[in-house]
Design a protein. Sequence first.
Length: 267
Amino acid sequence: MVFFNIISPAAPAIMANDFLIWLVTGDKTLAERWCRLFIREYLNASVAAGLAEVAAAGDVKALLFAEAGPGGIRNAAELSEFVSRSSNISVIAFTVGEKPDDALTARYLEAGADDFIASSIDERVLLCKTRAHLRRLLPLLSCARAVITTSAGDLEVNKRDRSVSAGRVPGKRALIEDLTPKEFDILAILVCNEGRVVSRPAIMEAVWKEKAGKVNCETIDKHVETLRGKLGPYGSGIRTVYGTGYVYKSGTPGRRGKGGPAQGDKK
């Protein structure tokens, strides 16, 4: 299984609500481009070698983008068999390099595909289609992604009003004020992927978007260090994975030495 940027290869491919976007295609460049697009939307995307690998992931709610051809789903019969064994996975088939003809589209839709697109689709339309499928697949996903609470219940990140509150008693949490927009976005990414390593390139892509190429690692490290300080004792949950990026692990708030790494940082 090939995970792209935002997930540590050793981590399970699961986000909130056990939701995942799979990509199965022989076009590596296309897979990477679409993965970057989904990452910018705080979605969990992963590239699989084939349908067998997707099926082996178990009972995970997912949206599968699969190439119609040798690099993905070889024919409608293979798709039909896969769909019959994967009740929690919605399939969007696509062609690479050319638009699908009506006959091919009809065969795949009849076999169980929920949509059929061309790889040349405008990325704005691709995101709109993805969101539409998510609304149908997981009615609670938008709410789950809007308010993120750590597994220990000590931090709540509200993406609707861009606020962060700390404390273990719901309704009595204290607001953490003065976070900059970039600090908030970094915290949201780390908490959303709690327990998984988020690489510096992934943070660049998700937070700085089209300006990611102008950002260096030192800029991210400075933002994270300032964020830790503003979170107070809860800042110890942000752990440095040296040479890679950061991971958020909630638990008992700890103390950090002034200017030093959080307790539990991996060297």
